[in-house]
Design a protein around this ligand. Structure first.
Ligand SMILES: [Zn+2]
Length: 119
């Protein structure tokens, strides 16, 4: 996957266009919505800190320590709706891959003036 936990991304589609945040989780979807089988690369979503907040109404359950009332939390965003921000040039970028000596695969910024590797 070209986006990983800890990356900074910007939203490029939807209601939150232009908002930036750090990726907290990458959620790999599964075929048919079942929790088995191979991850479906067309159904990958990310949780971005502070972006795409929804208000959840949490009812009291048996657990006394459970937070109740209105809770703001991040809803997953489809990976095609975000773009990676390059930590070197600070611009949204497409991601290329480069194979280093020893066969290590690293991500590379595709911006013309940058072309830095990221891993
Ligand atoms: Zn760059």
């Amino acid at each position: 996957m070209h986006i990983r936990t800890g990356d900074t991304v910007v939203v490029i589609r939807g209601e939150q266009v232009g908002e930036r945040g750090e990726v907290q989780r990458v959620l790999l979807g599964r075929f048919g919505g079942r929790m088995r089988g191979k991850p479906n690369p067309n159904n990958v979503r990310v949780i971005v800190a502070g972006v795409n907040l929804i208000t959840k109404h949490q009812r009291r359950t048996g657990n006394v320590r459970t937070q109740t009332g209105r809770i703001e939390r991040e809803a997953p965003i489809h990976i095609s709706n975000v773009m990676l921000i390059c930590p070197h040039c600070g611009k949204p970028t497409r991601v290329g891959h480069q194979i280093l000596e020893g066969g290590v695969k690293v991500r590379q910024c595709k911006n013309e003036e940058c072309r830095q590797t990221m891993d």
